[in-house]
Design a protein around this ligand. Structure first.
Ligand code: HEM
Length: 199
């Protein structure tokens, strides 16, 4: 019974973590693209980008703990921390491990941003473009639900959201290139919010 519960928690939290990582990446791109409409003020993008990113850490943590404790896959803590040593689906699990490290790096460097060189923070933030496909691929190849209709719908929604945000981001590439620092890359939450609201 408890084992069954762990399996459900591992799968459920994995799906929520993927959707949150998707939303975090999408709102990050919408922030730089300065997306807004009559009903969607521009500062929503940055607020959601930051808050969802922080919340995603909780679900990634729950997912990893449940996946390790689930006796069926016999992962062990080392397989959750060192890529490719898992005996259960080594490559797909490694994709999740690398995605997790990239996500943690994105969060930590953003929290410490004011204490690090701007180009370094920016370079690390580009890792989001590697983190998301790794997380998606991990879910697709490691998950037991990958073949089910509902999971395919989740993957389709995730791909659609990131593709739409990316298209918007690319269509505003030149115009917004210099604005990344103005919107995401400012030294404090308050400053970012003030700037996001002010424009
Ligand atoms: C950014 C980090 C991660 C995300 C977004 C993520 C997301 C997902 C998703 C969406 C699934 C598919 C669930 C399903 O089919 O119902 C999954 C499965 C799985 N993940 Fe992760 N994962 C991440 C990191 C990790 C890490 C670090 C580990 C190592 C412990 C891990 C272990 C597993 C295992 C063993 C499964 C298969 C569970 C099963 O369906 O039986 N994941 N993950």
């Amino acid at each position: 019974m408890f084992d069954q519960m762990l399996w459900f928690v591992a799968r459920g939290s994995g799906v929520v973590a993927l959707l949150m990582a998707t939303a975090a990446v999408s709102f990050g791109m919408l922030t730089v693209a300065r997306f807004s409409s009559d009903t969607w003020p521009r500062f929503f993008n940055l607020e959601l980008h930051r808050r969802i990113s922080l919340l995603a850490v909780v679900f990634i943590g729950v997912h990893i703990v449940a996946a390790v404790l689930d006796p069926w896959a016999k992962l062990g803590w080392s397989a959750a921390l060192v890529p490719l040593i898992s005996s259960y689906r080594p490559l797909p699990v490694a994709m999740g491990v690398v995605a997790m490290y990239l996500f943690v790096a994105l969060i930590l460097t953003s929290l410490l941003r004011s204490r690090m060189p701007e180009p370094l923070w920016r370079a690390i933030h580009w890792a989001a473009y590697a983190m998301w496909p790794l997380a998606l691929g991990h879910g697709f190849f490691a998950g037991s639900d990958a073949g089910s209709l509902w999971m395919m719908a989740v993957d389709a929604v995730a791909i659609g959201a990131v593709a739409a945000s990316l298209l918007l981001r690319l269509s505003f590439w030149d115009e917004n290139r210099s604005r990344l620092e103005d919107t995401v890359g400012v030294s404090s939450w308050d400053e970012a919010t003030r700037r996001g609201r002010g424009r």
